[in-house]
Design a protein around this ligand. Structure first.
Ligand code: AHR
Length: 543
């Protein structure tokens, strides 16, 4: 949600508040292009690897919201839908193919009213509660800590547990991490064993509340910063489990919030310091084409709304760059991570669905919003250590949608971008310079080139991601590949019959990747033809 009571910015933070056009790849504040008199080109220096693109930039988020957990991940053991201990097989199988690196849970706004002890022990004895943020529905706590950690294991991913600062206590948070990760016969480890789990789990990421400026307690930055110091202190490292504590960060361009949190850590001059009491700061930013009250339709939009949406998606990179600049001031060696743990499109809900459940369709436009985000993430991999799309199943910009009646599962266009980009996880970023014969579009004071690109290498191979943001025109471009021999290549493309194309149970592959056959050898490398409104990946074997 956007922050209604914004932090008062001073000094450094306020200097960053003006918009700026993209400025190039290094230190970039957005996708950019340079003018060329020749054909469109993407220049990639294959022999100059940069920062490692953490696999955690491809992270996920599952909240107790609408049909994300209940009906999405979890249907219960008695369901006709095939499941393991209540967790859907089809959803797990689809997500395993994405190699999702981490899953954030239980919220979001829900995290700050969740009391974890209500979600352990025999299910029939678990107390019920009201999920006041999301539909005002009754939550029966049948999906709790054990079910979440079971899901984490089935997915082969890592846990990012988000604690409760808004309505919880320090003791409650402290006991949760003890329950999850302690090996001996401590009170909480013993309680875990009584509930059927002998071994401690690994919990590498722990959130210290969520959106403390809003649904997480309506706090002022300095007040929350003091609580973040206090709560983080009691999220202990037990039994060799090393936790990265993530303080609840800013909304959008609230640079003052980030500055208050950095001040709470203090200036980090040396490289040897493990930042205390928290090691990372979050940021939330959503993309919509209208104002908060009328965010726009997921499937019905004009060409102007297409470009406006993509320009706004590209702004995320500016926000990441500027929050990073604030952090650089206090932490020049980048020891505190920036975690964009909520991003993605937020549209008006699908007509006829519960407004509190945030269920929306997902089109080619969403796919390109995702690819633009990833291009920006790759350029800021030195500070941005994690990002989590909101949310994985049936909520906002989801990977998979499940039909509430038939149970049928559909993979979204956004899912396919995650799958096609999976090769960037833990690879080294490569600069990818876009040169175009035309000037970029100007939208809301920022530039939007019609091509966006990013690249990475593992040493033996390289992966190049290309987005044609033009709603109606295809584009031929030259991949100008420098510094290494290219021994082989293959390419795939994702598009649909129109920019609003999307998948349904009746047409599950209306938007699905296929081989890109329009790739030819060229004296500079390769020549590629991209269809209108498309995303492509080119895989290179390096000699
Ligand atoms: O993702 C939906 C909601 O958006 C989250 O609960 C909250 O943190 C944000 O406002």
């Amino acid at each position: 949600m956007s922050n209604p009571a914004r932090t008062v910015t001073t000094g450094l933070a306020s200097a960053l508040s003006a918009p700026s056009p993209g400025t190039g790849t290094t230190g970039s504040t957005g996708p950019s292009s340079r003018r060329t008199d020749g054909p469109a080109r993407v220049v990639v220096d294959l022999d100059l690897p940069g920062a490692t693109i953490s696999r955690h930039l491809y992270g996920h988020f599952a909240e107790h919201l609408g049909r994300c957990i209940y009906g999405g991940f979890f249907v219960g053991e008695d369901s006709e839908i095939p499941n393991t201990r209540g967790i859907r097989h089809d959803v797990v199988d689809a997500l395993r193919a994405l190699r999702i690196p981490n899953l954030r849970w239980p919220g979001g706004c829900f995290a700050d009213e969740y009391h974890w002890k209500d979600g352990i022990g025999p299910r029939e004895q678990r107390p019920r509660m009201v999920n006041s943020h999301w539909g005002d529905v009754v939550e029966d706590n049948s999906f709790g800590t054990h079910e979440f950690m079971d899901l984490v294991e089935l997915l082969g991913t890592e846990a990012y547990v988000n604690g409760n600062v808004g309505s919880g206590t320090v003791a409650e948070m402290s006991e949760w991490i003890e329950y999850l990760t302690r090996a001996d016969d401590s009170p909480m480890a013993s309680l875990r064993r009584q509930n059927g789990r002998e071994e401690p789990w690994k919990v590498p990421y722990f959130g210290i509340g969520n959106e403390a400026w809003g649904c997480g307690g309506n706090m002022r930055a300095e007040d929350y910063a003091a609580l973040a110091r206090q709560y983080s202190t009691y999220v202990r490292d037990h039994a060799g489990n090393e936790v990265t504590r993530i303080a609840a960060g800013a909304s959008d361009d609230d640079y003052g919030w980030t500055e208050a949190l950095m001040k709470a850590i203090g200036t980090l001059k040396g490289r040897e310091t493990k930042p205390k009491p928290f090691q990372a700061i979050s940021l939330h930013h959503y993309t919509m084409s209208g104002p908060w009250q009328d965010k726009g339709s997921a499937t019905e939009f004009t060409e102007d709304e297409w470009y406006l949406t993509l320009a706004r998606a590209a702004r995320t990179e500016e926000l990441v760059a500027r929050h990073s600049t604030v952090m650089d001031h206090y932490d020049p060696h980048k020891q505190v991570g920036l975690v964009l743990d909520e991003w993605g499109t937020w549209w008006n809900v699908e007509p006829g669905t519960n407004p509190g459940f945030l269920y929306q369709q997902n089109t080619v436009r969403d796919a390109l919003v995702a690819s633009l985000h990833f291009d920006g993430f790759h350029r800021h991999a030195d500070r941005l250590v994690m990002a989590n799309i909101a949310q994985t199943v049936n909520v906002l910009q989801a990977m998979v949608l499940t039909d509430p009646d038939s149970g049928a599962l559909v993979l979204t266009p956004t899912y396919h971008v995650f799958e096609m980009n999976a090769g960037h996880q833990d690879a080294a970023a490569l600069d990818a310079h876009v040169l175009l014969p035309e000037e970029p579009r100007e939208i809301e004071g920022r530039t939007l080139p019609s091509i966006s690109a990013s690249a990475s290498t593992t040493g033996e191979s390289a992966l190049i991601s290309l987005s044609n943001l033009d709603a109606s025109e295809g584009r031929a471009l030259v991949l100008d590949l420098r510094g290494r021999e290219v021994a082989g290549h293959s390419a795939r493309v994702l598009t649909g019959a129109c920019s609003a194309a999307h998948n349904t149970p009746e047409q599950p592959d209306a938007v699905a990747p296929v081989e890109l056959t329009t790739v030819r050898e060229h004296e500079r490398g390769l020549e590629v033809e991209l269809p209108p409104h498309s995303f492509a990946t080119v895989q290179l074997q390096l000699g």
